[in-house]
Ligand binder design. Sequence first.
Ligand code: NIG
Ligand code: FE
Length: 400
Amino acid sequence: MHDLLLTNATLATMAAGEPYGLVENAALAVKDGRIAYAGPMAELPGGASSQTEDLGGALITPGLIDCHTHLVYAGERASEFEARLLGRSYEEIARAGGGILSTVRATRAASEDQLVEAALPRLDALIAEGLTTIEIKSGYGLTLEDEMKMLRAARRLAKERPVRVMTTLLAAHALPPEFNSADDYITYVCDEIMPAIHGENLADAVDGFCEGVGFSSSQIERVFEKATALGLRVKLHAEQLSDLGGAALAAKYGALSADHLEYLKPEDAPALAKAGTVAVLLPGAFYFLRETMLPPVEALRGAGVPMALATDCNPGTSPMTSLLLAMNMGCTLFRLTPEEALAGVTRIAAQALGLDDAGTLAPGKRADLAIWRARHPAELAYGIGGNPLVQRVFAEGRQP
Ligand code: NIG
Ligand code: FE
């Protein structure tokens, strides 16, 4: 007896191999929250279902996965956006104590409840576009107490909404004002923050910002050593604004992913492939910073590096809550194919999070699904975003 049977559907299973893993005239059965069958209607095994729905040919994809976000934060940075448009650079603003540190001030001042409340509309916008799993980083607290508060808020979101939240400790995001030395702060991260966060089981992985305005590769290496000793997987913001060799370091530590990668040298791509490290491309940040250096997509593709796409939702470089827009930008700005874009927010995004129970439609996987008013999966990357900010609309004084 199935719990749910969806018939007369088109499946984009996203299983590796066939384009989109497309199955027409298909059915999908769910039992105990897992996919029991996904395939042609004609081959559907017999058996009753407590609920059957004819989808009239609609498209089913795996629920979308946003594998890189900073969804939990307080405040906003619209004035910084304005300053950048007037000619100041992201790095200049950061060095003057703005940027990440301005969000740190707002986030430290917020309670856990306030952080949850602020994040929910952003999460709802993502869910409205088919999201079922999201990664959320800390990194705007930079004290043990405030990093914990952020990660607890992130974990609570999974209780407030039907989503899976994977949390990432990003204490090595920026140098907090109370430290004069980056090395001393990294010692605090390794000796105090990481063991305590691990002890409370608040983080699924550890991330860092390897950058001139972040931390050097040797400082990040200390964080990776500690993470490895604690049994935590690592990932890295690498080569976003300059090339500090972050991706090579990530590969050396068998990172789940190396993210951004605009300044990655093409010859560094094979090391990522060899380590099984996913390249997470973040076209929202590229767009919002008006970056002109493109990530070396052809080299990544040629080397066989799996490529994911994510929103990088954050108040400074990517105030974006649309994975569909990230897919569209991945195609238009980075020249991914619509199929690569969809794989990048399903199968490959799951890989970037170390999850093997999501990202494709196959028996045994979680029944995380999105059903679309679309006939072909290429349509998902084709539209140029929605507007999640709109709450009500009036047309000549009347609501539709
Ligand atoms: O992914 N680069 C570092 N972290 C974020 C930006 C955070 C911020 O500016 O608040 C990013 O782009
Ligand atoms: Fe980021």
